[in-house]
Design a protein around this ligand. Structure first.
Ligand code: DAH
Length: 361
């Protein structure tokens, strides 16, 4: 007769110290097809019923004890292996980053942030509108009817006819439709700027099919051209960070403003002959934006009474502002995605413009 208690305690003490490989060896030796415990189970068949009644439970008990000990040991070993791996792969997130910082803020984004900051200080909110516009918001509501020659000047990208249930859809040619959307949804007084992408079928050193504009809109009671001029002067001084800025308002024409003015900023030249924005006595003028008093027809087309509400608006190319402030001379490079250009002209991600910290470079 096999000494079952001795066999069991022998196996259990082996199991208690086995590693995963040894554990598998013990399992095969005890419970495998040719295993010791398996062999014992086979002896049950040759026993008398009385014997089997006594030996059966003992041998089954042995098998269960060994099976359970192996399973328990296996779980413990696997858990220990996982713990060891987790300990060895631990990352210390408090360590400083090893790699040099990657990526930079594009000058266009930087200038948009600067504009938002400057105008926030004057009480302007930032508004947005869709880049895929309908004909009505982009033209008609801005007093540019179907037959108006200004439509031809805009080199519009149209979508195929009927792309949106019959409405003529297009890529907005300016940010001015945000004026309309804002007046139709926000009760006055209104003070917003609307920076964003705009599109025209045009391409050379100073024009790209996609470019950026910022729109400004003020609607209130008793707004005059004086408010417009002060606001623009305050904005341009803050943007170029100098007080000796001279603006020139030249009479002009836009369908959505009356009267309209194009605004030039005076420049002087440095020792090398390069143009520098500013200087009390300008050597010349550079056009930077279009503006005017919002046309009564535009106010009325948004459902407001032009006898009660007046305002001014302006529209300005952001890319050009960035070029004037940061000295790039080819607009196309803005959108080439050349890493050398981005590294040179880009801004550090943490270099957020604030009025207290400065809106310059
Ligand atoms: N939308 C005009 C353009 O893209 C710019 C402009 C001019 C906007 C005068 C205005 C404005 O709001 O008052 O050429």
């Amino acid at each position: 007769m096999t000494d079952l208690p001795a066999l069991q305690s022998g196996l259990l003490s082996e199991i208690a110290v086995a590693d995963l490989a040894a554990l598998e060896a013990v399992r095969v030796r005890a419970l495998g097809k040719q295993g010791e415990v398996t062999a014992l189970l086979k002896t049950l068949g040759g026993m008398s019923p009385e014997e089997r009644l006594v030996e059966g439970p003992r041998i089954q008990g042995l098998r269960e004890a060994v099976t359970e000990a192996i399973a328990t040991r296996k779980v413990a070993l696997e858990q220990a292996a996982l713990d060891a791996r987790l300990a060895s792969e631990k990352l210390d997130l408090t360590l400083p980053a090893q790699a040099a910082p990657q990526g930079s803020v594009h000058p266009v984004s930087q200038v948009m942030d600067e504009l938002a900051e400057i105008f926030a200080d004057l009480g302007f909110a930032v508004a947005t509108g869709p880049e895929i516009e309908d004909d009505w918001h982009n033209f008609t509501a801005l007093n540019i009817p179907e037959t108006h020659p200004a439509r031809a000047m805009h080199d519009t990208f149209y979508f195929p006819e009927g792309a949106d249930g019959g409405q003529k859809m297009l890529l907005r040619t300016h940010t001015s439709p945000v004026q309309i959307r804002t007046m139709m949804t926000t009760p006055p007084p209104i003070r917003i700027i609307a920076p964003g992408r705009t599109y025209r079928s045009d391409s050379d050193a100073t024009h790209t099919p996609m470019f950026h504009q910022v729109e400004g809109l003020v609607i209130d009671r008793g707004i005059t051209l004086g408010h417009l001029k002060w606001t623009l002067e305050t904005f341009v001084k803050a943007f170029f960070q100098r007080d000796d800025i001279v603006l020139r308002l030249r009479p002009s024409y836009f369908p959505f403003t009356e009267p309209s003015a194009e605004v030039d900023v005076g420049f002087t030249r440095d020792k090398t002959g390069r143009r520098v924005i500013g200087g009390a006595e300008p050597d010349g003028w550079m056009e930077i934006l279009g503006s005017g008093m919002v046309h009564p027809k535009v106010i009325a087309s948004c459902g407001l009474d032009p006898a009660e509400w007046q305002g001014f608006a302006f529209g300005c190319g952001i890319d050009r502002l960035a070029m004037l402030k940061y000295g790039m001379d080819d607009l196309r490079a803005f959108f080439d995605g050349d890493l050398r250009w981005l590294r040179h002209y880009g801004f550090a991600a943490l270099d957020v413009p604030t009025l207290s910290g400065g809106v310059g470079a």
